[in-house]
Design a protein around this ligand. Structure first.
Ligand code: ADP
Length: 241
C-alpha cells in the first residue's frame, strides 16, 4: 500500500532555555487520523514539544512541516487557523463567562475571515463532551474534570486537524478517564490527528496507536506500548530516574 503523507513532520526540533536544552533534536511524524502518544519521564521535554508545535515558543533549531509546509515559529493564532490547536495541562477558561460562551469565544477565535455562523455545532460539541447540562453555568463553577472537558471543547471549536492534548488524564477518576479515552478515539475515527502527552499508562494504552518516548529532550524509542515496556532503555528511564 502507498504510505500516506504525514500531517505533521517534526525533524531535529530544538528548544533551549538559556544553556539548557529542553529539546535537543526531537523527530517524529504524525499521520492523519493517528493518535500518537508522547511519553517520557518528568522534564523530558513533552510539554515543551507541544508548546513549540503550537506556537507558544519559537524553536531554536530543526523544522516543523504541517501538510508539507514549514510552520516552525508561526504565531499560535495563525496555527489555529491552519488547524493546529491544543488543550492545556491546567485549563484557564474565562471563569466569568458561561460554558457555552467560552466555546463560542473559541469558535470565533478559530474563524478566519468571519461571517460564518459561529453557533454551528456548538450544542453538538457540548453534548459530545457531556457539558450540555452545564452549558449555562459559569466556567469558574465547574469541577476540574469539567474544566478539562471545557478546555477540550474550546480546542475542538476551532475545528483542528491536529489536536495536541497535554495531560488530560491527570486528576480524572476512572469513569471520567474512560469517557475521555472513548471521546479521543471517536475524534481520531473522525479524522483528527492527536498528539497525546500523558503519564497514565492505562490511558495511553487505551487511546494511542503508537508512542514516542522522550528522554532528556531526545527521542529514545518509537513503537507500540507493548514494545516499549520490553525495551530496557525505556524501562530504565522510567524506573531508574
Ligand atoms: P515534561 O513535559 O516532559 O515534563 P517539560 O517540557 O515541561 O517536560 O520541561 C522540560 C525541561 O525544560 C524541564 O527541565 C523544564 O524545567 C524546562 N522548561 C520548560 N519550560 C521552561 C521555561 N519556560 N523556562 C525554563 N525552563 C523551562
Amino acid at each position: 500500500a502507498a504510505s500516506a503523507a504525514p500531517l505533521l513532520r517534526v525533524q531535529g526540533l530544538a528548544k533551549h532555555f538559556g544553556a539548557f536544552r529542553a529539546l535537543d533534536g526531537v523527530s517524529f511524524d504524525v499521520m492523519p487520523g493517528e493518535v500518537l502518544g508522547l511519553v517520557g519521564p518528568n522534564g523530558s521535554g513533552k510539554t515543551t514539544c507541544i508548546n513549540v508545535i503550537t506556537g507558544l515558543y519559537r524553536p531554536d533549531g530543526g523544522s516543523i512541516l504541517y501538510q508539507g509546509r514549514p510552520v516552525g515559529g508561526m504565531a499560535a493564532h495563525r496555527l489555529v487557523h491552519q488547524g493546529i490547536n491544543r488543550s492545556f495541562q491546567i485549563p484557564k477558561p474565562f471563569k466569568t463567562l458561561t460554558v457555552r460562551q467560552n466555546v463560542e469565544v473559541a469558535r470565533t477565535y478559530g474563524q478566519h475571515g468571519g461571517g460564518a455562523n459561529a453557533d454551528t455545532g456548538i450544542g453538538e460539541l457540548l453534548r459530545f463532551l457531556d457539558l450540555e447540562p452545564h452549558a449555562d453555568r459559569y466556567a469558574g463553577e465547574l469541577t476540574s474534570a469539567q474544566q478539562k472537558m471545557l478546555d477540550l471543547a474550546r480546542a475542538l471549536a476551532t475545528r483542528p486537524k491536529l489536536l495536541c492534548v497535554d495531560e488530560l488524564g491527570a486528576g480524572l477518576n476512572p469513569a471520567e478517564l474512560d469517557l475521555v479515552a472513548g471521546r479521543l478515539r471517536e475524534l481520531a475515527r473522525s479524522g483528527i490527528a492527536l498528539l497525546v502527552v500523558e503519564h497514565l499508562m492505562d490511558f495511553v494504552d487505551q487511546v494511542t496507536d503508537r508512542l514516542i518516548v522522550l528522554s532528556a529532550g531526545k527521542n529514545l524509542f518509537e513503537g507500540t506500548l507493548s514494545q516499549a515496556v520490553q525495551d530496557p532503555r525505556v524501562v530504565e528511564v522510567f524506573l531508574g530516574a
